[in-house]
Design a binder for this molecule. Structure first.
Ligand code: AMP
Ligand code: ZN
Length: 114
């Protein structure tokens, strides 16, 4: 059992503002939101980053992406638009090494990102 931050949120050792949960996924509001909607979608299985993904984990990644789209729809930002981001390792600024999909929206987002 991993003691990483997001595994602890899954186990309810640490509180979070949970917006969705099923057997395989958890989604919660980012504690330091960068947009009006900033939700993190994570697998309940501990996977460090995209670099550690195995072929057998393709399905969970698909579920994460579909869940992000569903939450965007629920938040009313599906039509206006949103961004989905996986940060991987140092140059992308990954700080939590449990793979997570950022869902950002509710304002105009600039491109390219910083
Ligand atoms: P990343 O930089 O891609 O690894 O993203 C990690 C994200 O986790 C950041 O956006 C943080 O604000 C967020 N975060 C860190 N601790 C918590 C927490 N306890 N609850 C919710 N979000 C968190
Ligand atoms: Zn973890």
């Amino acid at each position: 059992m991993s003691d990483c931050l997001f595994c602890r949120i899954i186990r309810r050792d640490i509180p979070a503002s949970i917006v969705y949960e099923d057997d395989r996924l958890l989604a919660f509001n980012d504690i330091n939101p960068q947009a009006p909607t900033h939700v993190l979608i994570i697998p309940k299985q501990h996977i460090e980053s995209l670099n550690a993904l195995a072929p057998g984990e393709d399905a969970i990644v698909g579920e994460m992406v579909r869940r992000a789209a569903a939450i965007a729809n629920t938040r009313g930002i599906a039509e206006s638009g949103y961004r989905t981001v996986f940060n991987t390792n140092r140059d992308a600024g990954q700080t939590v090494f449990h793979v997570h999909l950022h869902l950002l929206g509710g304002r105009s987002l600039t491109w390219p990102p910083g």
